[in-house]
Design a protein around this ligand. Structure first.
Ligand code: SDN
Length: 146
């Protein structure tokens, strides 16, 4: 099996890319989040829910999901990434896997809810020197144990 070494530069670029990507998501800018995917990108955030495809489809799915889950409930969600592994592939794509905790705060409630605990599997590509997500699949721990 051919392996391609990860450089510190690539690791840092992926970390910064994902941090900026998740900050726009957590700010509710679903169009900016979907623009971090390739035009034909795929996004599966919850097992059992069909994967969203294309930038337009990803933005629509996030609007729909947020509306169904929270309605007009003024939640603040933050997706915390950690334990990032970056594995460049011989075909030029980059595989990135990280642990994710979703932290939800509500107005006046000091203690946030921390759920779900997930693992995210990304396939990233470089287009014109810019990292983009080609596919993102999120596994939820409570649905994949045992
Ligand atoms: O973009 C992500 C997500 C994400 O968008 C999620 C959403 O709801 C919308 C990157 C990495 C991890 C995630 C995880 C989730 C969790 C999911 C379901 C939930 O909040 O219950």
């Amino acid at each position: 099996m051919t392996t391609v070494p990860t450089t510190t530069d690539l690791y840092t670029r992926v970390q910064h890319f994902q941090a900026a990507q998740m900050q726009v998501l957590d700010n509710g800018d679903f169009d900016a989040y979907s623009a971090t995917f390739t035009e034909d990108g795929e996004f599966a955030h919850t097992p059992g829910r069909p994967a969203a495809r294309t930038r337009k489809g990803i933005a629509e799915e996030l609007h729909a999901y947020h509306h169904e889950r929270f309605g007009s409930d003024p939640v603040r969600r933050r997706h915390w990434f950690n334990m990032l592994c970056v594995t460049p592939q011989p075909d030029g794509t980059i595989h990135a896997t990280a642990y994710v905790l979703v932290v939800t705060s509500r107005p006046g409630v000091r203690e946030p809810e921390i759920a779900p605990s997930c693992v995210v599997h990304d396939v990233l590509v470089e287009e014109d020197g810019q990292l983009l997500t080609r596919s993102r699949r999120v596994e939820h721990d409570y649905l994949s144990i045992g």
